[in-house]
Write a protein of this length. Structure first.
Length: 131
């Protein structure tokens, strides 16, 4: 190959760089959209199932609370039994809410596509410095 052919090839690579970069960004954005749609679909189904489960558990817990109050009313006044059971329910509920919030915070991690875009741009910068 002659030097003139190498020079033409180099300039063609430089000219193609913006198009290649925009193609890469578009492909990464499409991947992010696909990933986001998939995760939202799964989250929607999961949220519906959790809502149904919470509704049924609420009814069950309400029945347990009534049973607890009735059982304690055999050894103490009914109003005191109701206060004891309500206090127990309050403390248990606060503990469960705190645990749930901690779990939700752990669940929010960046998408793999966002990480890949960041790596691509980092590598692009390194390649330009090395070339």
């Amino acid at each position: 190959m002659s030097e003139d052919t190498n020079r033409r090839g180099f300039f063609r690579l430089i000219a193609d760089l913006p198009r290649e970069l925009s193609d890469l960004v578009r492909a990464e954005i499409r991947l992010l959209q696909t990933e986001l749609a998939s995760k939202l679909r799964a989250a929607g189904v999961g949220l519906g199932l959790v809502t149904l489960g919470v509704t049924l558990l609420s009814a069950f817990l309400l029945m347990l609370v009534v049973a607890g109050i009735l059982a304690l009313s055999l050894v103490m006044p009914a109003w005191a039994a109701a206060l004891v059971v309500a206090g127990s329910a309050l403390i248990t509920g606060l503990i469960l809410i705190a645990a749930g919030i901690g779990s939700i915070k752990k669940g929010f991690t960046p998408f793999e596509s966002v990480d890949q875009i960041a790596k691509d741009f980092k590598n692009l910068g390194k390649r330009n410095i090395n070339e």
